[in-house]
Ligand binder design. Structure first.
Ligand code: GLC
Length: 668
């Protein structure tokens, strides 16, 4: 086949039937034998006269090295042009479609849950978790030895109470050096090793950060008492005499929060022990120091902080007396926290700015992929829930990921106040097994693991540990020394690992820093592991279930029912038919009639019960039986969502729907 190029007026056409001159053999003479000029002369482009109206040109087919003009001749041909244009537009359209799909997917996708949302946080009180050097006190190496226990429970984040260098007046909450480890707990190398092991096992480390005060042994305080610059104003000092204190403020641990210092001849403020002087956060140097300490630990790789006692950080500079709760009480008898309104010492203006500043630091470090740095704040705001809510981030100001929700601790006294929450116990509060009753512990664990929000488990709750009895003369807690009824020792007894001596916590022949609970022979990890009906195995099952069931870890929570015995709520997820109804019995044996509640199915199947023989049973909604202390997770299937008809009793933190066909989540 050959082509002829015919130029008529301005247009060029190619016709079949004419030989391609450029491909004709040149009398057997090889190109190599030709001169450059000859090659150029033979080249078809050189034989084209594109300008001339009469010009014509013939070719057989495209050839390698053809000139631009020849190429254009072919490319303008309809059979090349059409597919080319089709391909061109296909590429453009598909690129645009892909872009649009990407933008839509990004815009419609709900945020993935971060590590601090996807599993319970486990609190370790390091003195009491595991003793590796047999001195009767737990330590960092001990924690490292027991990480598999936490993996077994499907825990992903561990908050460790303070292990800084400390004279231990408040067992670590009195920090002598914010950049060092107390020798009781080990060395900085032990800390580094622990952190590496934790990360290797997929565990995150949340440190306790104590901004309000240091130990009086801290070099800053020692310098401040001597008015050595720049430390003079590192603490809150006021003029006073031994007999005339600056005002009526009282410490959380009882008595005046002022102590006269004979070196400086002034009083210093301490909202906790006198060995815990309050830092002066109105001094920019102090704020800078504390931020540097946060950076120090972030640089080491810690994953977040539990910010201790934050509502105490600032005080009113005018130092006026706080109003008494009972105005007629003689002022000299006012010596406990609950006898004053803390208008000038708690939650002062400026507090949230300080916290937001620290959040910004954490956010800087969170930019590393997969390294979100977390922040939880501790503030006992008692009945003032608005104050608690202030610690949450908003769209405009980032602050803590959540404040601890202490309200659930009051649950046994009044079920109607229950809300989505995070924790039921810690090192400051009696263990639930003791305050509510050990028969309720599995139901309480079930409630914690099936409510929305991040559950926080204090070590030992997973096996139902109870408060230990401590004779008054053996009390170690400084708060307990002021008021034995307020002692926090009972909930700090050593972890019960096995029925070995010292419950497997320590090999020390002369005992442990606090006594072991006598029930350790039966209440221990070893005895409960593998026993399906044990508190430990129930905890584990629910922890795994929470992670695998979307309705439980990110779905709606609807309040359904409560009476003196039973608290009932529902968990469901838009787009999923499978939903759960949870009954927590914190009273006596009961039968709950839910037939007046619209939107519930006639029957439920027992998915999990803390009373193992009830497993797999089916219940009618008019009569759901629960035993005293039973936790019941009922399962049902429905294509009707409960929350749509009960909006005022339902809650979700971030709504998302599940699309079955594509197995994806989207904002809805
Ligand atoms: C926090 C701690 C508590 C400590 C106090 C003073 O409330 O939880 O244990 O005694 O702060 O630091």
């Amino acid at each position: 086949m050959s082509l002829t190029r015919v130029s008529r007026s301005d247009s060029l056409e190619l016709h079949e039937g004419v030989d391609n001159a450029a491909f004709q053999e040149d009398g057997g003479r090889a190109d190599s034998e030709k001169t450059d000029g000859q090659v150029a002369a033979d080249c078809p482009s050189s034989s084209l006269n594109l300008d001339g109206a009469e010009s014509s040109y013939t070719q057989i087919k495209p050839y390698a090295g053809m000139s631009k003009e020849v190429l254009l001749l072919y490319s303008r041909q309809a059979r090349y042009r059409l597919p080319r244009e089709i391909l061109f537009w296909l590429v453009i359209v598909s690129t645009l479609v892909l872009l649009a799909v990407n933008i839509t997917v990004i815009a419609l996708s709900p945020r993935c849950l971060s590590w601090w949302q996807s599993s319970p946080v486990y609190q370790i009180y390091p003195r009491s978790f595991k003793d590796s050097n047999n001195d009767g006190i737990g330590d960092l190496k001990g924690i490292q030895d027991k990480l598999d226990h936490l993996n077994y429970l499907n825990i992903k984040a561990i908050w460790i109470s303070p292990f800084y260098k400390s004279p231990m007046r408040d067992f670590g909450y009195d920090v002598e050096d914010f950049r060092d480890i107390d020798p009781i707990f080990g060395t900085m190398k032990d800390f580094d090793d622990l952190l590496v092991s934790m990360h290797d096992k997929g565990l995150r480390l949340i440190m306790d950060f104590i901004p309000n005060h240091s130990s009086d042994n801290h070099v800053w305080f020692q310098n401040s008492r001597r008015r050595e610059e720049p430390y003079t104003d590192y603490y809150v000092w006021a003029n006073c005499t031994r007999d005339k204190l600056p005002n009526n403020w009282v410490s959380v641990f009882g008595n005046s929060s002022w102590t006269y210092d004979s070196v400086r001849e002034q009083c210093y403020l301490h909202q906790f022990l006198k060995e815990q002087p309050d830092l002066n956060f109105r001094n920019p140097d102090v704020r800078r120091e504390m931020t540097d300490i946060i950076r120090f630990w972030l640089d080491k790789g810690v994953d977040g902080f539990r910010m201790d006692a934050v509502k105490h950080i600032l005080e009113a500079p005018h130092l006026r007396d706080e109003p008494q709760v009972n105005a007629s009480q003689p002022p000299e008898q006012v010596n406990t926290e609950f006898e004053l309104h803390h208008d000038y010492t708690y939650t002062q203006v400026g507090l949230h700015d300080i916290l937001r500043g620290w959040r910004a630091e954490l956010d800087t470090y969170s930019r590393e992929p997969g390294r979100y740095r977390f922040m939880v704040t501790e503030s006992y705001d008692y009945e003032e829930i608005d104050k608690t809510m202030m610690y949450y981030s908003t769209d405009f100001a980032r602050e803590s990921d959540f404040p601890f929700n202490f309200y659930l601790m009051d649950l046994p006294q009044g079920l109607s106040g229950a809300r989505a929450q995070e924790l039921v116990g810690n090192h400051d509060k009696p263990r639930m097994s003791s305050s509510v009753g050990k028969e309720y512990i599995s139901a309480i664990n079930m409630m914690m693991l099936t409510l929305p929000g991040t559950p926080t488990t204090y070590y030992g709750e997973e096996i139902g540990m109870e408060n230990v009895h401590i004779h008054i003369e053996d009390i170690q807690d400084p708060f307990g020394k002021f008021d034995p009824n307020a002692s926090r020792d009972p909930q700090r007894s050593p972890m019960q690992w096995s029925s070995e001596p010292n419950a497997g916590f320590s090999g020390n022949g002369t005992g442990t820093w606090l006594p072991i609970h006598p029930n350790y022979t039966t209440v221990n990890v070893e005895a409960q592991k593998g026993n399906d009906s044990s508190v430990l195995e129930q905890y584990r099952r629910l922890s795994l279930l929470r992670e695998s069931e979307m309705a439980l870890h990110r779905g709606w929570m609807c309040f359904v029912w409560s009476d003196v015995d039973v608290f009932v709520y529902l968990r469901e997820q838009d787009g999923l038919d499978r939903a759960f109804l949870v009954l927590i019995n914190l009273g006596r044996n009961a039968t709950t009639d839910l037939s007046s509640i619209s939107g519930l199915p006639e029957h439920f199947r027992v998915h999990t019960s803390t009373v193992p023989k009830n497993q797999g049973r089916s219940y009618d909604r008019a009569a759901v039986p629960t035993k005293k202390g039973e936790g019941l997770l009922l399962e049902f299937s429905s294509n009707q969502r409960f929350h749509t008809s009960h909006a005022s009793s339902c809650y979700i933190s971030e709504r998302a729907c599940y699309l079955n066909v594509l197995d994806i989540m989207y904002k809805c």
